[in-house]
Design a protein around this ligand. Structure first.
Ligand SMILES: [Fe+2]
Ligand SMILES: [Fe+2]
Length: 303
């Protein structure tokens, strides 16, 4: 049922592609603010036809900054979650312990990378762009849920990262090469995380009845609702940042359109693209077909 993943093979695969933060950001690795950072499929700035092309690029970059900062935020709950999961079984499978600690170590590095990125972004962009938080509050709200629900959320996030990079970023030649390089370096280490999440979900679901599994699935949906509330706030923060950065005044109907388009863009970026990922659905379906059906019934609202 584990889709062919093992702690030993993910550990071996994760020992290859290491990089250091200082080698991929700073020095000659500078952001180019003349270029967009995010693929249009996530940024969705084009439907805002009342913006000029320069204004669309500025909004795209604000979304790019929020994207990496939000990954930094969610990784702050993934790190303690993985450590707790490793801590509960230190005896027995040495590969398991090492694979999970490697996972946690990489997330700690990514958190630091994204903080470093945020400084670089603010220095170059010239306007402060606030992001929802604080990380500790978001992390403790998520970690208050059933560990299986947290593991499903983590699974969703990590497959989503895979999909974003492979489908929309890797072959996109319009994006700033430095921003793209950060996404690539993040992605390359995330590949093994998504497999380890699958193994964590399976171990946390083992021995549970269908009703107990479905209760955890409902909590995963609640966590999604909590994230959705954060995204609604983020859209307003992004609109304020956009107004400050460009000096552009928006009429009431333009603000309304901005909120509508950007909320759905955020929903697709962080919720829909994870909930509809075939690997997420496959893992849910392996727990119980009801879990897959439940998520498939609500995901269109986030696409
Ligand atoms: Fe990460
Ligand atoms: Fe990860």
């Amino acid at each position: 049922m584990n889709q062919g993943y093992s702690y030993q093979s993910t550990l071996t695969a994760s020992e290859g592609p290491h990089w250091r933060i200082e080698d991929i950001i700073g020095g000659k690795n500078q952001l180019n603010f003349a270029k967009p950072f995010m693929p249009e499929s996530f940024a969705r700035v084009e439907p805002l036809t009342f913006l000029t092309s320069d204004e669309k690029r500025v909004l795209n970059q604000i979304r790019g900054n929020a994207y990496l900062c939000i990954f930094g935020l969610v990784e702050e709950f993934i790190l303690p979650f993985v450590l707790d999961h490793a801590r509960s079984q230190l005896q027995g499978d040495d590969y398991r312990v090492r694979a999970l600690l490697q996972f946690a170590g990489e997330e700690a590095k990514h958190i630091q990378l994204f903080k470093r990125f945020r400084q670089e972004f603010e220095n170059g962009f010239g306007t402060e762009c606030p992001v929802i938080g604080p990380p500790e509050a978001i992390s403790s709200a998520i970690l208050a849920h059933d560990p299986l629900a947290v593991a499903l959320t983590t699974l969703h996030i990590e497959w989503m990262v895979q999909r974003h990079y492979v489908e929309s970023i890797k072959d996109n030649q319009e994006l700033d090469p430095q921003f793209k390089s950060l996404l690539k370096h993040h992605w390359v280490e995330e590949v093994q995380h998504a497999k380890l999440d699958t193994l964590m979900v399976e171990s946390l679901a083992a021995g549970r009845s269908e009703a107990e599994i479905m209760k955890a699935v409902e909590e995963y949906i609640e966590i999604g609702g909590f994230i959705d509330g954060g995204l609604t706030q983020q859209v307003d923060l992004d609109m304020d940042s956009f107004i400050r950065a460009t000096g552009r005044q928006l009429a009431d109907n333009e603000k309304e359109e901005f909120r509508r388009v950007q909320l759905q863009a955020n929903r697709w970026t962080y919720l829909g693209s994870g909930m509809t990922h075939e690997k997420v659905l496959e893992t849910l379906g392996n727990l119980t077909p009801l879990a897959r059906q439940r998520i498939e019934s609500i995901s269109p609202a986030f696409c």
